[in-house]
Design a binder for this molecule. Sequence first.
Ligand code: MN
Length: 287
Amino acid sequence: MELVSYHADDGIRVAGLRGDSLIDLQDADANLPSTMRDWLNAGRGIWSSTQAAIASGEAIPLQDVRIAPPVPHPAKIVCVGLNYADHAAESGSEPPPEPVIFNKFPTALRSHGETIELPSLSTQVDYEAELVVVIGREGKHISESEALEYVAGYCCGHDVSARDWQLNKPGKQWLLGKTFDTFAPVGPKLVTADVIPDPGNLRIQFRLNGETMQDSHTSQLIFSVPHLVAYLSGVVTLLPGDLIFTGTPPGVGVARKPPVFLQAGDTAEVEIEHLGVLSNPVSREPS
Ligand code: MN
């Protein structure tokens, strides 16, 4: 199944995708929830009725609605650094022996099509294509063998990164450099885990103004999705709707000679096999 969140008259609602159309789940079946959070909280027990609703419900043309991030208000946005060996090498780092974890605040979240704003406080804004995991079930101390049962699905994500903050500020401000407003585009849709039996087998690409800058495969992840879910759940309770950005492959702008940074007028695209294309225009932050 493919699900989106969209702006309706009464707020942001959850819908399924059928071709170029959207099916509001609750309008199609009054027993289904109206929001993505409630849909995730309900668990896999409602997946078959959701599928039936998407197959039979009234279609709204996608071009008539404004899409929101698939999970509009996640409790956590967790990110993994240096999770591809070649990217660690281009960053001048050894592959880490354990996952390197940081986070973004929900105010950074944006949908497919929304603008990435270059902040006035940074001159080195870089791109990072990433597979994003959407947690579907509450858990603590989850074993690696059961970890995928806690995953509802996957999205494309863009870990926009202010390198001057991340690398040059005192103490290396990873969190602040990664969490300027608009620095977490996610979307366009959530593809459920039944469609993606192996998140470690997906081609992942980033294009800047149509030119391919990153082209890799999630088989290159140092720490797999099950390992990351298990590792994180040893520290924090994972909740339905939590997002995990799983790290970026090689080809980022700061490692290029000369370096490439995002500029106003650019178009940034993340494409992941089976998950679609997440496209965002880039502009200067309004002053
Ligand atoms: Mn990243």
